[in-house]
Design a protein around this ligand. Structure first.
Ligand code: PSV
Ligand code: MN
Length: 384
């Protein structure tokens, strides 16, 4: 692709284009180890020769991805999917080093049954909120193990998604559910040292189809208050009811100083885990606009937000779809960086609504692909 930026500079001005380039340079997208394997639905998964099956395969795919895009230096890990024993973890640390990569967020897993540590078939009734104290303790213990894994891998973030919930109104008291969770979060957060961070993810449904223990950002926010200042809310774009205004949630979290980061993906219906920006690229743009406005208002620093991908690649090649996703995220950021906020605010304060909207439209309709390409080329060149 031609990387002539004169078209952009003529229309948006050199200053705005330089700002967009600087934002793209600062953007670091973390990729999930699990996203390099073949995904599936509850109906099946259709593997192909060459799919990544082992954690070594996934790290190799992540290395190829990093070589191709310059993004994904950090890879989010999921345990026990990515290793169980101390030897596995040491092997993983070595594999990451060899690939020139680093461990990103360590994701605990409270939904996969395993033998021997209390996380067995009883997970059916929950993990941190299970009525059985033994399961609750085992669930906390698994998170503490993940904190130890973080330290071996040199990771700084523990990412917690809770599969707990209920399938009928009588199954569990909301009060018991909330009390058990408060206690568990307190115990997990206590294990973290300064400089280590806990991200708490919410999800409106699944696997609990009547209630989930952390259904929305307000509950996640309340848990962060319990966990302390080294915690933040993790916004997975697929975890909301259809039509939810996600960018407004992002703004609320930024004002509260509690936006921990994102799990980027896209959806048409529910938690579809489709490629980021493949269905609703405008939503990604609006999210970045909200973030850049918060930066302009000095509410947040870009580097304090974790930009992570959480997708399931079922049909396309995982590596190809990850490249598509990262490119869509970069495009959305570059467009958002072209928004002239002074102009936007002026129109907003004068109630010139069409003019205010046209500031957003003007930026959204920019073809920033040459800029994204140019920054990527430069990033790859500087790594050589
Ligand atoms: C749950 O739907 C989720 O978004 C959590 O982040 C999990 O850890 C991830 O998907 C992978 O299953
Ligand atoms: Mn997620």
């Amino acid at each position: 692709m031609k990387t002539d930026l004169s078209y952009l500079r003529d229309i948006y001005g050199k200053k705005a284009v330089d700002r967009a380039a600087a934002m793209l340079q600062d953007l670091e997208i973390e990729v999930p180890s699990w996203g390099f394997g073949r995904g599936g639905t509850r109906f099946g998964s259709y593997p192909e020769v060459g799919d990544a099956r082992t954690v070594e395969d996934r790290i190799e795919r992540a290395r190829q991805f990093h070589t191709r895009t310059g993004q994904g230096r950090r890879v989010a890990m999921h345990f026990p999917w990515d290793g169980e024993t101390a030897e596995d973890i040491r092997g993983l640390a070595a594999a990451l080093r060899r690939a020139g990569l680093e461990a990103g967020a360590v994701n605990s897993n409270l939904f996969t049954m395993r033998a021997g540590d209390g996380l067995d078939h009883r997970l059916r009734y929950g993990s941190l909120t299970n009525p059985d104290k033994e399961v609750r303790e085992a669930s906390v213990r698994h998170n503490l193990d993940c904190v130890r894994i973080m330290r071996i891998l040199g990771a700084k973030t523990l990412s917690l998604w809770l599969p707990d919930g209920t399938n009928s109104p009588g199954q569990m008291s909301f009060y018991d559910q909330a009390e058990r969770l408060d206690d568990a979060i307190r115990a997990i957060a206590r294990a973290l040292r300064p400089g280590e961070k806990l991200l708490i993810e919410y999800k409106i449904f699944e696997p609990g189809m009547y209630s989930t223990a952390i259904p929305d950002y307000s509950r996640a926010l309340a848990l962060c208050e319990i966990a302390g200042k080294n915690s933040g809310v993790l916004v997975d774009l697929g975890h909301h009811a259809p039509t939810t205004n996600i960018e407004q949630i992002v703004a609320f979290l930024l004002r509260a100083g509690r936006l921990g980061g994102f799990h980027f993906n896209d959806k048409k219906y529910a938690d579809d885990d489709l490629a980021s920006g493949s269905i609703d690229p405008a939503q990604l743009f609006r999210i970045f606009v909200v973030i850049l406005e918060a930066m302009a208002r000095r509410l947040v620093r870009f580097k304090d937000i974790a930009f992570m991908i959480d997708e399931s690649h079922q049909i396309k090649d995982a590596l190809e779809e990850m490249v598509e996703s990262v490119t869509n995220i970069e495009i959305a950021l570059a467009k958002a960086a072209l928004v002239d906020f002074d102009k936007l605010w002026r129109h907003q304060r004068a109630c010139e609504i069409s003019a205010a909207d046209s500031v957003l439209h003007h930026a959204f309709h920019a073809d920033v692909r040459p800029l994204v390409e140019a920054v990527r080329t430069e990033r790859l060149r500087s790594r050589q």
